[in-house]
Design a binder for this molecule. Structure first.
Ligand SMILES: NC(=O)c1ccc[n+]([C@@H]2O[C@H](COP(=O)([O-])OP(=O)(O)OC[C@H]3O[C@@H](n4cnc5c(N)ncnc54)[C@H](O)[C@@H]3O)[C@@H](O)[C@H]2O)c1
Length: 250
């Protein structure tokens, strides 16, 4: 098989589904991975070149089986997009260990497990890893002790991967999305949070799933062949600015 294959986790909806469609537009095949079987099946059913694989990325045995299934079907892996994520916003004192672990299981352990299991196949293709962190991993904010910490760890893990896997020709980069109106964000973004983001973002708006996906697809492809270990915020300028002064704007 000569067509390139991207594995996209959390592909049933949101940023992962948008990214899947952009890969397909560019002529890639896509292994769509998600633990939400019905939503995944519905999302994948009309997508030529995509195939659905149900897997919880936080379970080591499930990840091992997934790679067997993907390689049996496609025979190669050119890019891994670690996009599956969960959000849980709450004060530190109310973040129980169970809530903390739920966030770390998917956001951190899942990225580690999926990346480790991909290395052998990515060596063959001199492929790429793109990890999806968040602006919450770049800048601390209230209510994000678990989510923000998990995403900061993903940013550092990306650099570890770039440092160690570069000699095998494997690139690793990280995308930090700003706010996007997906199911994940809308479950935790109160009206006050939405208003605060609008004030703090120079472009004054939320991003779209495609605006994140385009950056991901670029970093996976040959046009980014000398880019590794980088953290790219697709965030309307949120990370580049300090204190917001909306009253001083036009
Ligand atoms: N939407 C935003 O505002 C925003 C901002 C910054 C970062 N992000 C990050 O972008 C990524 C995608 O988020 P989204 O907004 O599209 O979310 P979403 O909730 O719409 O989609 C996430 C998908 O991941 C799947 N998933 C969750 N845990 C999984 C697991 N353990 N195994 C397999 N699949 C799992 C879910 O079933 C879901 O289909 C996440 O990593 C998120 O943290 C999102």
């Amino acid at each position: 098989m000569t067509q390139k294959l991207a594995l996209v986790t959390g592909a049933a909806r949101g940023i992962g589904l948008a990214t899947t469609k952009l890969f397909l537009r560019d002529g890639w095949n896509v292994a769509m991975i998600d633990r939400d079987a019905p939503t995944l099946a519905e999302a994948a059913k009309d997508l030529d070149g995509a195939r659905a694989f149900v897997c919880d990325v936080s379970i080591p045995e499930a990840v091992d089986q997934l790679y067997k299934d993907v390689l049996e079907k496609f025979g190669r892996i050119d890019a891994l997009v670690n996009n599956a994520g969960v959000a849980d916003f709450g004060p530190i004192e109310e973040t129980t260990f169970a809530r903390w672990r739920t966030v770390m299981d998917t956001n951190l352990d899942g990225v580690f497990l999926m990346s480790q299991a991909a290395i052998a196949a990515l060596r063959e293709t001199r492929g790429a890893i793109v990890n999806i962190a968040s602006i919450s991993g770049l800048r601390a904010s209230t209510l994000r002790v678990a989510y923000g910490t998990s995403k900061a760890a993903v940013i550092h893990m990306t650099k570890q991967q770039a440092a160690e896997l570069g000699e095998h020709g494997i690139r690793a980069n990280c995308v930090c999305p700003g706010p996007v109106r997906t199911k994940l964000a809308m479950a935790v973004h109160s009206p006050a949070i939405i208003a605060a983001y609008h004030d703090a973002i120079p472009l004054n708006r939320y991003g779209s799933e495609d605006e994140i996906g385009e950056v991901i697809v670029f970093l996976c492809g040959d046009k980014a062949s000398y880019v590794t270990g980088q953290v790219v915020a697709s965030d309307g300028g949120f990370d580049s600015t300090g204190i917001g002064l909306p009253d001083l704007r036009d």
